[in-house]
Design a protein around this ligand. Structure first.
Ligand code: ADP
Length: 309
């Protein structure tokens, strides 16, 4: 069982020739509404990869909230602990995409920010009745902390994807088994540059010294770096034609959680996550681009068709 505690957002995407300046109106072309939020993306990804997944989160008593729960549920995620709070709006991300491909995004966290440490205390058995707990930072830090404390005191595996980056105290870092920053997040968390391999390792060492057990740094098309006190290993990314890197990190984290919850080694888990990340970037969107286990099982054939020449 994997428990994901995190955000659910409705992504509202408008496509236009260009993004308007303040005070300006431009006529857009089309509009798409898609389920998103890092928590929901990771829960959906893990369920598609065949795991038993439960989501802890919060939406408002509105139509977006109902649609987000329904969408996760149809992916096979248990949404019993996605609370519905009547006095808040479901989280939304308003995304404008212009023809150059550039985008601008405003997130209204809404209900995601109303899930409290007390809510987690009331769900203590839920947090501990799991193999792995997977968290991100799109819900209040105090809530993340409460979930990590509860899971760790029951000896569960804690995976924290520190996105978007926020200051993490040592009480959190010491209870985190696996921290999965990208380069930018690692730079923020360590206060150290990450522009060269040497600097990446030095930045990683700072976090290991603060108590993180394993660090898996995702490097986009350059793969990932795994560090712990005993070893450092680099994993090459598959060479594929990326069309949209949205949710690459989300599917990577989910894949890691799935393999580790099945008792596989870190090496096997990162190898699997590399495949899942590569498959995600070859399709558009967040949740629609997440691969099914069945598809990953045919990766050897898939990569022959998608390898970048
Ligand atoms: P984030 O979205 O959190 O910044 P990354 O961009 O580092 O995360 O991507 C996570 C993982 O997805 C990478 O470690 C890699 O395995 C895979 N990935 C991302 N971009 C590519 C790419 N262009 N080609 C192949 N694999 C990729």
């Amino acid at each position: 069982m994997i428990t994901v505690a995190g955000s659910l957002n409705m992504d509202l995407v408008v496509y236009a020739d260009r993004i308007p300046r303040p005070g300006e109106t431009v006529l857009g072309r089309n509009f798409r509404q898609m389920p998103g939020g890092k928590g929901a993306n990771q829960a959906s990804a893990a369920a598609k990869l065949g795991a038993d997944v439960r989501m802890i989160g919060c939406v408002g008593a509105d139509s977006f909230g109902a649609q987000l729960k329904e969408s996760l549920s149809s992916d096979g995620v248990d949404v019993e602990y996605v609370m519905v709070k009547p006095d808040v709006a479901t989280g939304v991300a308003v995304i404008q995409v212009e023809s150059s491909g550039d985008n601008s995004i405003t997130v209204a966290a809404g209900a995601n920010y109303s899930i409290t440490a007390e809510d987690i205390a009331g769900m203590k058995d839920v947090v501990t009745d799991t193999d792995v707990i997977l968290l991100q930072l799109e819900i209040p830090l105090e809530t993340v902390k409460a979930a990590i404390f509860a899971a760790k005191s029951a000896g569960k595996l804690v995976i924290l994807n520190p996105a978007p980056a926020a200051v993490l105290d040592e009480e959190i870092l010491r209870r985190t088994d696996i921290l999965t920053p990208n380069e930018t997040e690692l730079e923020f968390l360590s206060g150290h540059r990450t522009d060269t391999l040497e600097n990446l390792k030095a930045a990683g060492t700072i976090l290991l010294e603060k108590g993180v057990k394993d660090l898996v740094i995702t490097l986009g098309s350059r793969g990932a770096l795994h560090m712990n006190r005993n070893s450092t290993a680099h994993y090459d990314a598959y060479r594929v034609n990326a069309v949209d890197t949205t949710a690459a990190g989300d599917s990577f984290n989910a894949a890691l959680a799935v393999f580790l919850s099945e008792g596989k080694t870190m090496e096997e888990a990162i190898g699997f996550a590399m495949k899942v990340g590569a498959m995600t970037v070859t399709k558009e969107g967040a949740q629609p681009s997440l691969p099914l286990l069945e598809e990953v099982n045919h990766f050897d054939q898939w990569i022959k068709d998608h390898i970048k020449s």
